[in-house]
Write a protein that binds this ligand. Sequence first.
Ligand SMILES: O=C(O)CNC(=O)[C@H](CS)NC(=O)CCC(=O)C(=O)O
Length: 293
Amino acid sequence: MAVSLGPKPLVAVGQVTSTPDKEQNFSGCAALVRAAARRGACLVFLPEGFDYIGRDSVQTLSLAESLDGELMARYSALARDCGVWLSLGGFHERRADWLSTQRIYNCHVLLDPTGRVAAAYRKTHLCDVELEGRVTMKESSFTNPGTEIVPPISTPAGMLGLSICYDLRFPEISLALRHAGAEILTYPSAFTFPTGSAHWEVLLRARAIETQCYVVAAAQTGRNHEGRVSYGHTLVADPWGTVVAQCSEGPGLCYAEIDLEYLRHVRREIPVQSHRRADLYGTVELQAAPSAP
Ligand SMILES: O=C(O)CNC(=O)[C@H](CS)NC(=O)CCC(=O)C(=O)O
């Protein structure tokens, strides 16, 4: 087995309780990013709704900005200051179609350490779910679905594949990203309590085991506003499916080393990728090269 040289890359995963107060959310997230950078993380993950969680769709729409707005400029400066990559999972984004559609995109932005947008993935599976008497979500009422999956991006921790929250329920996107070279899959999330307690960890570990990738899942936790509580349980699973890091209650960080030698070892031991029966059920692949961020 090849001997790896030097320290393994360290990633940090943030857990927050975003509210409708964007200023307060930015200070909380920035403090986590600075702490992670001081600890030596090269890549910091923040959850869906890191910018804010609105009380209702009217407020959610009114607070949204574009990628060249003020909030993203502040995050770019933060990435540059700290010299880290930032996965900002689930920015409420106004695009050129805002005036005509009055809907936003749920955009996972990856910033490099110069503060540039290295990639932007817009959530393709929108969460329209009704659990009788418990949960009502209709994301499509204020969000346009993304139209493409973004090929994995090369980072100092490995090839990173971007998804968001509810995408976790669709193994096809994880398999397509794996097929395209992903080594780390990330699912920034704001899971509900009833679905999170039943499905969160088992889905994340299943995606890690099936794809033999690291799975990183930054999560909203606790009471975001009067009407909403998020499940939390931010975690990192390794390519064997072991949970190697997780956050406890409340806002905070957890850390994981990304060991690509170990990933290759797992893939050699159980070579599922070469055992797939495309002749029986076809292949799952990225369909088209997306346009620039
Ligand atoms: O709306 C925002 O401001 C941020 N976005 C969200 O919170 C999204 C859409 S409502 N939440 C989910 O996808 C939860 C999925 C979930 O809980 C499950 O799949 O079980």
